[in-house]
Design a protein around this ligand. Structure first.
Ligand SMILES: Cc1cc2nc3c(=O)[nH]c(=O)nc-3n(C[C@H](O)[C@H](O)[C@H](O)COP(=O)(O)OP(=O)(O)OC[C@H]3O[C@@H](n4cnc5c(N)ncnc54)[C@H](O)[C@@H]3O)c2cc1C
Length: 355
């Protein structure tokens, strides 16, 4: 029987034919796109119990706030570990091609889970930067290039290997990622003298949503300012404690004389003070167990002690951050629940972007 062009089934069928290509699972699509671009280091949401062990091992490996490792929390379609800048660019391309939200993970220490969940329920991938963790130190210029997936421990270790008299002012926990830490400021033992980690950044390479690789000049000063933590203010915590660890930048004899003068009641004696190099002080304050060495700083699964901290977000830098975000990511490809929206999103009345 011939089908008349007005037959409703014919219309329905042709409509169905149109839809078919998009019925493929996002998992299949991202797999084929990544494979096409020679990226093999990734794992997708498991279909069988056999696959699930390696997926969950990788997913939960660095999640510090265990609330985000709960089974009820949405899981990524894929966890991808680019090993080069080219792979990183292609990973961003594939994620966009398949309309998946992107979460970037470095050390996984986000208290808010911004590297491990998509709070709005959108299907998403985690781009885990842990294989982009090279640190190269140039003593002539007294600078270091640190890839966005290195931990603070890996960074400190590389600096200490190159020199006994150089250091970097950043946080005390070795498994915190340099990527997320410096982007948020980065406060540590040397900060009173040398400022935040972000204050010491002189250049950066950034992959934008269109896959462009931009240095400081290419991204412009507003964006360069924004990726170094803006001017987020850190607030102290208050409390009462009977014992404390102090840190003095200088010889033990000077520390003793200052303490004796300023706090004679404490009765601090020589044996109460340890004199050590910068890198030894990093190990001391790291929360690693007694007897740990400098090389343990690279160990991402070392035992660590979380410490209280507080930070107020953005304050009156908000407008400038929105401006920088609009320059570098106008379509809000790199969005998350704590993220700054670009102007294009702010002007849409039904936008779900949050500030
Ligand atoms: C145990 C513990 C100790 C801490 N100690 C200190 C401290 O001493 N001083 C201090 O200042 N802070 C400290 N913090 C806070 C810590 O600096 C922040 O939580 C920081 O954002 C964690 O960075 P991360 O890369 O480990 O986390 P992630 O969860 O991987 O990342 C945090 C955020 O940064 C983004 N991000 C990470 N890498 C990149 C990248 N390469 N490119 C773009 N975006 C990226 C992620 O998408 C996410 O939104 C500590 C936190 C914990 C849990």
């Amino acid at each position: 029987m011939a089908i008349s062009p007005r037959n409703p089934f014919a219309q329905f069928f042709s409509f169905m034919c149109f839809l078919l290509p998009s019925l493929a699972e996002p998992t299949d699509k991202i797999t084929s796109c990544l494979t096409l671009h020679n990226i093999s280091n990734f794992t997708t949401y498991p279909n069988t119990e056999n696959d699930s062990a390696s997926y969950y091992k990788l997913l939960n490996f660095s999640i510090q706030n265990l609330r985000f490792a709960e089974p009820t929390v949405p899981k990524p379609i894929a966890i991808i570990l680019p090993g080069s800048v080219e792979q990183l660019i292609n990973t961003v391309f594939c994620s966009r091609e398949v309309f998946l939200a992107i979460r970037v993970r470095c050390g996984g220490h986000s208290y808010e889970g911004t590297s491990s969940v998509a709070a709005d329920g959108a299907p998403f991938v985690i781009i885990d930067m842990m294989n982009l963790n090279r640190v190269s130190v140039d003593l002539e210029t007294e600078t270091a290039w640190v890839e966005g997936g290195a931990t603070l421990g890996e960074t400190y270790h590389a600096i200490a290997k190159a020199s006994r008299v150089h250091g970097f002012p950043a946080g005390s926990c070795p498994t915190v990622g340099a990527g997320g830490h410096i982007a948020g400021g980065g406060f540590g033992l040397l900060s009173r003298k040398y400022g935040l980690a972000a204050d010491n950044v002189v250049d950066a390479l950034l992959v934008d949503a269109n896959g462009r690789l931009l240095d400081r000049q290419g991204m412009g000063e507003d964006v360069f300012w924004a990726i170094r933590g803006g001017e987020a203010k850190t607030i102290g915590t208050t409390g009462i404690s009977a014992t404390f660890k102090g840190f003095y930048l200088g010889p033990r004899s000077s520390a003793l004389s200052i303490l004796d003068h300023a706090f004679p009641d404490l009765g601090i004696i020589k044996e109460d003070c340890k004199e050590m190099s910068w890198i030894e002080s990093i190990v001391f304050f790291s929360g690693l167990s007694n007897g740990s060495s400098v090389s343990d700083l690279r160990n991402r699964i070392a035992v660590e002690i979380a410490r209280d901290w507080g930070e107020k977000y953005f304050l009156n830098n908000y407008d400038r951050l929105v401006k920088a975000k609009t320059i570098i990511d106008p379509s809000n490809v790199f969005s998350n629940q704590q993220g700054i929206p670009p102007v294009s999103c702010l002007s849409q009345p039904n936008s779900t972007a949050e500030s």
